[in-house]
Design a protein around this ligand. Structure first.
Ligand code: NI
Length: 668
C-alpha cells in the first residue's frame, strides 16, 4: 500500500459513512482503515487486527448535526492491533475523514490484554502438542494429542508472577472418540495447561489428578440418540398476507410509532440506536444507544484445574464476531427482514455475516380488553411486538439477544441461553459445586451475568433516576386497620449513590425521568426500568473476580454520559487485574441528576444444571423491561384498530370448538 492510496481515500472522503455519523462501518470503510493502518509504522507482518469498530462521535455533535447545525463529526474508527510474534499490543484511533492514524496507545499489559484472537484459538492444539509433559499427562489418561481437542480459555488475573505482561490462555482437553463425536461429553479432567501463546510455551502444567473420562456420548444431532421423530406435531405457519408493518431504509427502521437505527459491532453485537416513539406527531426520544456492554460467566467450582473459569464473552472473546447466519423457517418464522453484519477479519479485511440480525413482528395476545356490565360495551385489541435479535455462539454456549418493542411503548431485552453445558468429570458425592448431568459427567455451577448499557434520552438529554419502592405502613389513627401501603421515591443524585440492588420484596424499580418535561398531569415524563431480580455475583467480595467484575455486584449503576465509557468491565478485559470499567468511570462521582445519564443493568440466571440440560440445553430466558410511566398522558394504544372476528375456525378436527376467550368476547 502506498501513500498515493491514502491520499485517494482522503480525497474521496468518508465523511459520514453510508448511513450518517452513527452508521455501521461499511466494507469499503474497513478496507480503507486497513490501508491507512498498513501504511503506518505500527504495522508489521505478524500484526493482526484484534478489533476494528466505529469510534462514535460525541452525542452532542451527532445531535447538532442531525438538527442541521455544523458539518458533521469526523468519521473515526477504533483499531486494536496485536503482533502475534511479540505480543506487542496497540489501541489506535484512525480518521477515515483525514486518512490518518490520529493516536496510538501502546498497552504494557498492566491494564489488561487485547481480546483473544481466533488465530490464537487455532494455534493452541499444536502448541501444547509440542510439549512432552502434556503428551505424557494425556497418556496417563489413555489419550493422545490426536484424540483430544484443546479449548483455549481466558486466563483471568491471579497474580502468577510468570504471567505478568504475557498473553496467557488456560487449556482444557476433551476427548473425541470418532470424527463427529461431540467432545463436551468426554472432559479430560484433572489436567490443565497455562500457555503463553506468543512464546508458544506452557508456563505451568496442572496435573492434579487422573479422573475417569465419562464414556457416554452427547451427540444430540444423531438420529439414533434422538429416537423416532414425534409424529403428533402439525406445522405452524405464520403468514402476513399484506407483508410486515415495518419499513426499512438502510439501517433506519420505522414500525408502528417506533423509529430506530440498527447497529452492529464485533464486540457488542446488535446495537440499537436513537430509539424514539412518535406521539401525536411528535418524535420523542427514549434511548440514544442500547447494547450488551459485557457478559460474564463465572463458575463456582474451586477445583485446582478450573477455579479460574470466569469468561467475559464480550470483552475477552468479542462475541459479536461469532454471530450466527440465521435461516428462515428454522431460526426465524414468518415475515422476516434480515440485516447483514459487516466486520473486519484479523487481517483487516471486511467480511459479511449474512442474515446476522433478524427482525419480525409477532402477535402478543391481548393488548387491552373490557366487557362492561352496565353499557354492554365489549372491546378487545391485540398486542403485537417488533422483535430485533441476533444469536452468537461462544464455545459451548449459544446466546440469543432479543429486543422487543411493543405498541404501548414497552421495551424489553431478553437473553436466550442454549447450547451445551461446560462439563467436568463428576467427582462423586461430597463435591457440592457440580450437578451430575449424565453418568460420571459433571456440570459445574455457574452464573450468566449480562450487563446492558442503556444510554437513556427520555424526552431529551436532561434525565435523572428515582428509586421507587413499596412501603408498608404502621397501624395508626390514619391507618387503624393496617391495610395502608404507599411508595417512596428517592432521587439518585450522584454516581456515588448509583450502584443499586433490586428488591422484589418491595417491588423496587428505577424511574428514569426527564427533569424538564412534564405530562398533562404536571408530572415529569418518564420510563421505568423493572429488573427481574436474580442473584448478583456470588463469588466472595474479596475475590479477584469481584474486582474484575464489579459491575456484576449490583443490579444497576448510573453514570454521567461520556462517549468513551462503553464497557462495564473496561476496555481491555482479558487478564485485567480489576478496578476497570464502572469503578473507574464512577470515581469522579459526577452528578447524575438532570444530566445526560447512562444506566447499566446487570441481570441473568444462576445456573445449577439439570439432567434435562444435557446433551443440549432447552432455551433458558432472562430479561428486563422498560415501561413508559407518565411518558404518555393516558393509554397510548386506544387507536389500535380492532381485529375482524374470524367465524370459521373449523379445520375438520372434532372438538375444535369456540372455547377460547377472544371468541367469547365477541359474544359467540
Ligand atoms: Ni448456564
Amino acid at each position: 500500500m502506498t501513500i498515493t492510496d491514502i491520499t485517494d481515500i482522503a480525497t474521496e472522503g468518508f465523511p459520514l459513512g453510508a448511513a450518517g455519523p452513527l452508521g455501521n462501518l461499511t466494507a469499503a470503510e474497513f478496507t480503507a482503515i486497513r490501508q491507512i493502518v498498513l501504511a503506518s509504522p505500527i504495522m508489521t507482518e505478524s500484526t493482526r487486527f484484534a478489533y476494528v469498530g466505529l469510534a462514535e462521535p460525541h452525542k452532542r455533535e451527532v445531535l447538532a448535526f442531525q438538527r442541521g447545525e455544523g458539518p458533521g463529526p469526523e468519521r473515526r474508527a477504533r483499531v486494536m492491533l496485536l503482533d502475534m510474534k511479540t505480543g506487542h499490543s496497540t489501541d489506535s484511533i484512525v480518521s477515515l475523514t483525514a486518512g490518518a492514524v490520529l493516536s496510538t496507545n501502546v498497552l504494557d499489559g498492566s491494564e489488561g490484554q487485547l481480546p483473544i484472537l481466533i488465530e490464537e484459538f487455532d494455534a493452541i492444539g499444536p502448541i501444547v502438542a509440542e510439549h512432552p509433559e502434556w503428551v505424557e499427562a494425556l497418556a496417563k489418561r489413555g489419550c493422545t494429542v490426536d484424540n483430544v481437542m484443546c479449548v483455549p480459555l481466558s486466563a483471568g488475573s491471579y497474580g502468577f508472577e510468570e504471567e505478568e505482561g504475557r498473553r496467557i490462555v488456560r487449556v482444557l482437553a476433551f476427548r473425541q472418540d470418532y470424527p463427529g463425536d461431540h467432545v463436551w461429553a468426554h472432559p479430560v479432567d484433572g489436567l490443565c495447561a497455562y500457555v503463553d501463546v506468543a512464546a508458544r510455551k506452557i508456563t505451568r502444567l496442572i496435573d492434579h489428578e487422573v479422573m475417569a473420562i465419562p464414556a457416554e456420548g452427547g451427540n444430540f444431532d444423531d438420529p439414533e440418540v434422538q429416537g423416532p421423530p414425534m409424529a403428533t406435531l402439525k406445522p405452524i405457519v405464520i403468514t402476513q398476507p399484506e407483508g410486515p408493518s415495518f419499513t426499512v431504509e438502510g439501517e433506519d427502521v420505522t414500525w408502528a410509532n417506533w423509529k430506530f437505527k440498527v447497529g452492529f459491532d464485533a464486540r457488542e453485537g446488535l446495537v440499537l440506536r436513537q430509539l424514539s416513539f412518535t406521539d401525536e406527531g411528535e418524535e420523542r426520544p427514549v434511548i440514544y444507544r442500547a447494547s450488551v456492554s459485557e457478559m460474564l460467566v463465572p463458575y463456582g467450582d474451586p477445583s485446582p484445574v478450573r477455579f479460574w473459569q470466569n469468561y467475559f464473552d464480550t470483552g475477552e472473546y468479542l462475541f459479536g464476531r461469532f454471530t450466527n447466519s440465521l435461516t428462515l423457517g428454522c431460526d426465524c418464522l414468518g415475515e422476516i427482514h434480515y440485516f447483514d453484519c459487516v466486520l473486519s477479519d484479523e487481517l483487516g479485511n471486511p467480511f459479511t455475516i449474512e442474515n446476522g440480525i433478524c427482525m419480525h413482528e409477532e402477535d402478543f395476545g391481548t393488548l387491552w380488553k373490557h366487557s362492561d356490565m352496565f353499557t354492554g360495551s365489549n372491546e378487545v385489541r391485540r398486542q403485537r411486538r417488533l422483535v430485533i435479535s441476533f444469536f452468537t455462539t461462544v464455545g459451548n454456549y449459544d446466546y440469543g439477544f432479543y429486543w422487543y418493542l411493543y405498541l404501548d411503548g414497552t421495551i424489553e431485552c431478553e437473553a436466550k441461553l442454549t447450547g451445551v453445558l461446560f462439563t467436568a468429570s463428576h467427582p462423586g458425592e461430597g463435591h457440592p459445586y457440580q450437578s451430575e448431568v449424565a453418568p460420571g459427567l459433571g456440570a459445574p455451577y455457574h452464573q450468566h451475568l449480562f450487563n446492558v448499557r442503556l444510554d437513556m434520552m427520555v424526552d431529551g438529554i436532561s434525565n435523572a433516576v428515582d428509586e421507587v419502592e413499596a412501603v408498608r405502613l404502621p397501624i395508626s389513627s390514619e391507618n387503624p386497620y393496617g391495610g395502608a401501603f404507599t411508595n417512596k421515591s428517592t432521587r439518585i443524585t450522584s454516581e456515588a449513590d448509583g450502584g443499586r440492588l433490586a428488591n422484589s420484596a418491595t417491588a423496587r424499580a428505577w424511574h428514569i425521568v426527564n427533569t424538564e418535561k412534564k405530562n398533562r398531569l404536571g408530572k415529569n415524563t418518564g420510563y421505568v426500568l423493572y429488573p427481574s431480580e436474580s442473584p448478583t455475583l456470588l463469588a466472595h467480595a474479596e475475590s479477584g473476580i469481584a474486582k474484575r467484575a464489579d459491575f456484576a455486584t449490583k443490579h444497576l449503576w448510573v453514570t454521567q454520559y461520556e462517549p468513551t465509557e462503553l464497557y462495564a468491565a473496561g476496555d481491555f478485559v482479558h487478564q485485567n487485574p480489576g478496578g476497570d470499567g464502572l469503578p473507574r468511570y464512577m470515581a469522579a462521582d459526577r452528578s447524575v441528576d438532570g444530566e445526560d445519564i447512562v444506566l447499566w443493568h446487570t441481570f441473568g440466571p444462576t445456573h445449577f444444571p439439570r439432567p434435562e440440560d444435557w446433551p443440549v440445553m432447552p432455551t433458558d430466558y432472562a430479561k428486563f423491561t422498560l415501561k413508559p410511566h407518565g411518558f404518555f398522558g393516558r393509554n397510548p394504544t386506544l387507536n389500535v384498530p380492532a381485529n375482524e372476528p374470524v367465524h370459521s375456525c373449523d379445520h375438520g378436527s372434532a372438538g375444535h370448538g369456540h372455547t377460547d376467550h377472544e371468541h367469547g368476547a365477541h359474544g359467540h
